[in-house]
Design a protein around this ligand. Structure first.
Ligand code: FMN
Length: 196
């Protein structure tokens, strides 16, 4: 099993109230002026976590966007409100998003309703054999929030069918992780350019 929290280890992920430590731009933006990409994930056997981390890696190529990678159990409405765009990353369990992801949406839905309108989002799903039901559930919630999908849900199928395969720690293949990185990079670049 995989620890339920992850840290990017990047200085600008922890710069709230200060200045970006990003060394690649000459004029550093105060963090209050930086747009934030919030990535909310849950993972039991590690696959979704790797996908979320890959998306964060891709997004970090955009130095003026702050990345907030948050476990669903710890994320709340304040995280949603302060962010300008979102990636929701969930396993598909029992033909649904995972319970921890559902709990995140249950806790935040009404606090954020009508306050996120028009912001961009993308969905990552880690599945054993399908993934579409979880993606559809997240799409419905995002529609309620009037978010704007920037891409079709990215569903990675791990081909885990037996109980042993399903409960085993996952290693998401590199090509799939690159897709997640590209999605993160696209969302961060679009946020920075204001094209969504
Ligand atoms: C209780 C349970 C139910 C599952 N149900 C489904 C399912 O309905 N459809 C599917 O495609 N995969 C299903 N899976 C497989 C998971 O999606 C797969 O193991 C995936 O890697 C989980 O993501 P994680 O590694 O981030 O935990 C299920 C796994 C568990 C533990």
């Amino acid at each position: 099993m995989v620890a339920q929290s992850a840290s990017l280890g990047a200085p600008r992920a922890a710069c709230a109230g200060g200045f970006s430590a990003t060394p690649t731009i000459a004029f550093r933006l105060p963090c209050v002026l930086m747009k934030t990409l919030l990535i909310v994930y849950h993972s039991m056997t590690g696959g979704t976590l790797q996908m979320a981390q890959a998306a964060a890696r891709g997004a970090r190529g955009e130095p003026s966007v702050r990345i907030s990678l948050r476990n669903a159990g710890e994320a709340g409405a304040a995280d949603l409100l302060e962010a300008s765009g979102y990636i929701f990353a969930s396993p598909e369990n029992l033909a649904a998003m995972s319970g921890r992801m559902k709990d995140f949406f249950d806790r935040t839905y009404y606090a954020a309703l009508d306050r996120l309108n028009g912001r961009p989002y993308a969905t990552l799903i880690c599945a054993g054999s399908d993934g579409h039901s979880a993606a559809l559930q997240i799409e419905r919630i995002a529609t309620g929030w009037r978010l704007k999908a920037i891409a079709a849900p990215l569903i990675i199928c791990m081909h885990a069918q037996t109980p042993e395969e399903i409960l085993r720690s996952k290693q998401v293949p590199e090509p799939a992780l690159r897709q997640c990185e590209e999605l993160g990079a696209t969302l961060a670049a679009g946020l920075e350019l204001g094209v969504f």
